[in-house]
Design a protein around this ligand. Structure first.
Ligand code: ATP
Ligand code: MG
Length: 367
């Protein structure tokens, strides 16, 4: 956790002490400041320290700094901190403290040790900023996503499976109306599951937690599967899609790549007329493979092109056709796999979305 490792020299001179006093007083307007001796006994606190800790200055001075310890960090956390600062190094990290009334607050903390002539730490100045709101928001987001994952995705998956079973006639014959209603329920359920999954993917991407496998992916097979999946998702329209055969092989994460291709093909199907063809192909592009999905839809409006890869961006406004997350996630996935994604479009004539990915070396001779 320790940050910059910088040795502080002795602060013996009067001029230096007075400059230090000025700095501390200026800092007092924007930061929570405390000074302790080598043992951690408080010798100075500013008003912001008193305000956030809810202790008076009199209650704090001379006290061990542990008076505001929350118990939220493991013992090693403070052991490492003390090892760093008593060794003359600056420590930086986020700490959860406890105020006098028992409430917890989070502070971004930098502790700078000051060394005496013998080179030993004899004083520590801690400068802190209140990050409680930011921390609580991050916790709220984490908990909401965990809740969405367990309390939303799991029951939705169960409902989806039940609807699919009913539709397949497992519970007996259905009237035409029942089939119609259940088909609507199935589609809505699928959309909700996909939305929760997209939120989870976005969160993982944002936190840099999304890991990509590097495996051999046969593009011909993957594209065929993606055409079928996108056709099903868009209401059984795979016949509109033509797929040019290919034996190209790329190095990618198969599941993540599938997500991208299904999104781009679904977009081509969703945003073009129901009888307009969609062409999917793959070609060599230097040491990469380029996948292209061409549609004969309305094209992408000029003013929207700049925003198309942004989160929640939709040219057609808020409709049930999409959440505006697919291309944002697709771009992050393709870039995470070492490739790039783009599009060409002519209003009134259609769009071609394409992406490139590294080809598997051994297969570079086969095509
Ligand atoms: N082939 C296309 N032709 C015309 N417009 C498109 C095309 N592909 C994408 N768009 C526009 O770009 C927007 C963003 O696409 P994106 O895939 O990110 O989201 P979505 O399809 O709306 O929702 P999601 O993919 O999250 O279900 C779409 O809503 C649509 O307005
Ligand atoms: Mg989409």
């Amino acid at each position: 956790m320790s940050g910059v490792f910088r040795k502080k020299t002795a602060d013996a001179s009067g001029a230096e002490s007075s400059a230090l006093a000025d700095v501390v007083s200026a800092l007092g307007n924007s930061a929570i400041v405390a000074v302790t001796d080598a043992k951690g006994r408080i010798s100075y606190v500013n008003d912001m320290f008193c305000a956030i800790s809810k202790y008076s200055r009199e209650e704090l001075l001379g006290q061990d700094h542990r008076i505001i310890k929350s118990g939220r960090h493991p013992r090693e956390f403070f052991r490492d901190m003390w090892r760093t600062i008593s060794g003359g190094n600056v420590w930086h990290g986020d700490i959860c403290n406890k105020a006098k009334d028992g409430s917890l607050y989070w502070v971004d903390t930098t502790i700078t040790p000051f060394l005496d002539k013998a080179g030993k730490s004899h004083k520590y100045i801690a400068i802190r900023h209140d990050i409680t709101a930011r921390h609580n928001l991050a916790m709220f987001k984490e908990e909401t996503l965990a809740l969405a994952n367990h309390e939303l995705r799991n029951p939705l998956t169960t409902v989806y499976a039940a609807v699919v079973a009913l539709l397949s006639g497992e519970a007996g014959p259905l009237s035409d109306d029942a089939v119609e209603f259940l088909t609507i329920a199935k589609k809505s359920c699928r959309r909700m599951i996909e939305l929760v999954e997209k939120f989870l993917t976005l969160d993982a991407l944002e936190a840099g937690k999304l890991e990509f496998r590097r495996e051999r992916v046969d593009l011909g097979e993957l594209l065929q599967e993606a055409v079928e999946a996108a056709g099903l998702a868009c209401g059984g329209e795979p016949n509109r899609v033509t797929l040019a055969p290919t034996s190209l092989v790329v190095v990618a994460d198969r599941n993540r790549l599938m997500e991208v291709v299904v999104n781009v093909i679904s977009n081509a199907l969703k945003f073009s007329p129901p009888d307009a063809p969609v062409e999917v192909s793959a070609e060599r592009f230097g040491d990469q493979a380029r996948v292209r999905v061409r549609d004969r839809g309305p094209g992408i409006p000029k003013e929207f092109r700049r925003r198309i890869f942004q989160r929640f961006a939709r040219a057609h406004g808020v409709t049930e056709r999409g959440s505006g997350l697919g291309l944002n996630i697709s771009k992050a996935i393709i870039e995470g796999l070492g490739g790039s994604i783009g599009f060409e479009t002519t209003p009134g004539e259609g769009s071609t979305f394409f992406f490139e990915l590294p080809r598997e070396g051994a297969d570079s001779q086969r095509n």
